[in-house]
Design a protein around this ligand. Structure first.
Ligand SMILES: [Fe+2]
Length: 237
């Protein structure tokens, strides 16, 4: 009973006076418990806010699983679509369209190199670009069809058309170097986009396309570098 009669020593004049040891302990325990609950609530809030923001970004289709976008990404503002092959993001759809764009300018550039290249290596590079993009186009269009991706491009972008015009308008003396320089620089950029998509897409059709694109881009960089006319990144500056 003594423990309930205020045998504990409480500060004189304080609100603890007369509460006793048990009362003080219970009050302290309550304060500690309250502190823990507040700390847990704060931690949970800190964790939930970024998750909520990230979820909204994912729903909007702007971000892919990595929470980022590849270089040159264009958002079609259609968000994430559910398909039988997995979620289809704006990044995925942009990739499918960009594969088509690559073929639209590299095909004619490769054809010209196959005809007008002055060395076997340049003509071979041109041939690889024509055949590689023919195959890649088939996979790409099949993916676009089953994924019901609309607004597929039917002509090169203005930038690509500019490169193509430079190649088609090059003098015989300049042709080989111009062709290799412009196409190799473009492949270096698209390689990053392919790697990003291959690593992050959750859609099996897009992953299959990224696999095929990865093989194609590597092959094209190989044959272009074997021409001996590509000396490195400084050529694209
Ligand atoms: Fe290519």
């Amino acid at each position: 009973m003594a423990f309930t009669q205020g045998t504990g020593r409480a500060p004189s004049g304080s609100r603890f006076r007369g509460m006793g040891l048990i009362g003080s302990l219970q009050l302290s325990k309550g304060i500690v418990t309250g502190g823990i609950v507040l700390a847990l609530a704060a931690t949970l809030t800190a964790l939930l806010i970024p998750v909520k923001l990230f979820s909204e970004a994912r729903r909007s289709g702007v971000f892919d699983r990595a929470g980022a976008t590849p270089p040159g990404f264009t958002d079609d503002n259609l968000g994430v679509q559910d398909t039988q092959f997995g979620p289809l993001t704006a990044v995925d759809r942009d990739f499918v369209r960009r594969v088509k764009l690559a073929g639209l300018w590299e095909g004619p550039a490769g054809q010209q190199a196959f005809k007008a290249g002055t060395t076997t290596a340049v003509r071979k590079a041109g041939e690889h670009m024509v055949t590689g993009h023919r195959t890649l186009d088939q996979v790409d269009l099949a993916a676009a069809n089953v994924l019901q991706i609309v607004a597929m491009p039917n002509k090169p972008s203005p930038e690509q058309q500019g490169w193509l015009d430079e190649i088609l308008g090059a003098t015989p003396q300049d042709f080989d170097a111009k062709f290799v320089q412009l196409t190799r620089a473009a492949h270096g950029k698209v390689f990053q986009v392919v790697a990003f998509t291959r690593a992050n897409t959750q859609n099996t059709q897009v992953r299959r396309l990224a696999d095929e694109a990865d093989r194609t881009v590597r092959d094209h960089m190989d044959v272009l570098e074997k021409t001996g006319l590509w000396k490195g990144e400084e050529q694209s500056k």
